[in-house]
Design a protein around this ligand. Structure first.
Ligand code: A2P
Length: 286
């Protein structure tokens, strides 16, 4: 199994990435990213609304690794949607990360002037400043509303996804465009129904891997790009060490039975967009 996934625009992305949501820009992000790079991570997932793009960029520059060895994702916040505002928002991310270009840039949430914001992402992709562009938190309904209007198809849709919520309907809507799932909450956010599940435990014993590694391996075999979170240094290291074993077809089918078709977040729920827009202002420009 490859450690990298080929996206629909020819860009290759490492299958496992480190997410830095909720890590403060007070030295902690610098430390977390530096340690992850030492542990072998080559894919870091940040966002304008995580307020830590500067430290992500600095840790990468100080790592001694070549820029092209590292894959960095950031995201445009909804406050900067619409064509003109999006251009400013993209420039801000480029300035804060200060890495020359961004490997993958996403629309963080699918609300407001999505089409205008996407047009700006398309232009920056064509300029080479964003190598790949994608969306996030699009349900089948939202995907079908916007993506047919896009000139360039997204390479990924970053959504909640794990064995208890396999996003079957969304995946069938995205199949013709060859859009990949990037999974947030890939370990069910510590959900014990998943981590203590008997199939997961049995496979963990069989392969000599921890339960998180079994779940992540299953997801990567399903074709997902995964962004596991951990505060435990051993598990952080272990979560990229999933490429020395393979689940059989029957084991994959058994894991698929854990799907309940439901997650914790419903982007289609009334008022989600308005609430995000009014609750999170990331700057005072507008
Ligand atoms: P911890 O920080 O103690 O490692 P998600 O990525 O889906 O949000 O899940 C994060 C949760 O999964 C955290 O509670 C984290 O706890 C736990 N976790 C992370 N890696 C593993 C692992 N390899 N095995 C079991 N639990 C894990």
């Amino acid at each position: 199994m490859e450690k990298e996934v080929l996206l629909n625009d020819g860009v290759k992305i490492p299958a496992v990435g480190l997410g830095v949501f909720l890590i403060p820009n007070d030295g902690s992000t610098y430390k977390a990213v530096s340690e992850a790079l030492k542990a072998g991570y080559r894919h870091i997932d940040t966002a304008a609304a995580y307020f830590n793009e500067e430290e992500v960029g600095r840790a990468i520059k100080d790592s001694g690794l070549k820029r092209e060895e590292i894959f960095v994702t950031s995201k445009l916040w909804v406050q900067d949607f619409g064509y003109e505002h999006a251009k400013w928002g993209i420039e801000e991310s480029l300035r804060k990360l200060d890495l020359g270009y961004i490997d993958l840039y996403l629309l963080h949430q699918p609300y407001g002037d999505v089409l205008g914001a996407w047009k700006a992402l398309e232009e920056y992709k064509e300029k080479g400043l964003l190598r790949s562009i994608g969306v996030s938190n699009m349900t089948p309904k939202i995907y079908k509303k916007y993506v047919p209007e896009f000139r360039i198809k997204p390479s990924v849709n970053q959504v909640e996804c794990n064995p208890t919520f396999l996003q079957k309907e969304l995946r069938s809507a995205m199949e013709k465009d060859n859009v990949r799932i990037e999974a947030w909450y890939p370990l069910g956010h510590g959900d014990n129904n998943l981590l203590d599940n008997e199939t997961v435990i049995r496979l963990s014993e069989k392969y000599g891997k921890n339960v998180g590694q079994i779940i992540l391996r299953f997801e990567v075999q399903e074709g997902f790009i995964v962004l596991p979170k951990s505060t435990n240094p051993e598990r952080i290291k272990g979560n990229i060490d999933i490429f020395d074993f393979e689940l059989t077809e029957d084991e994959m089918k058994e894991m698929e039975k854990l799907d309940t078709g439901k997650g914790t977040h419903d982007p289609d729920a009334p008022g989600v967009g308005e609430s995000l827009l009014s609750r999170y202002k990331i700057h005072n420009k507008w």
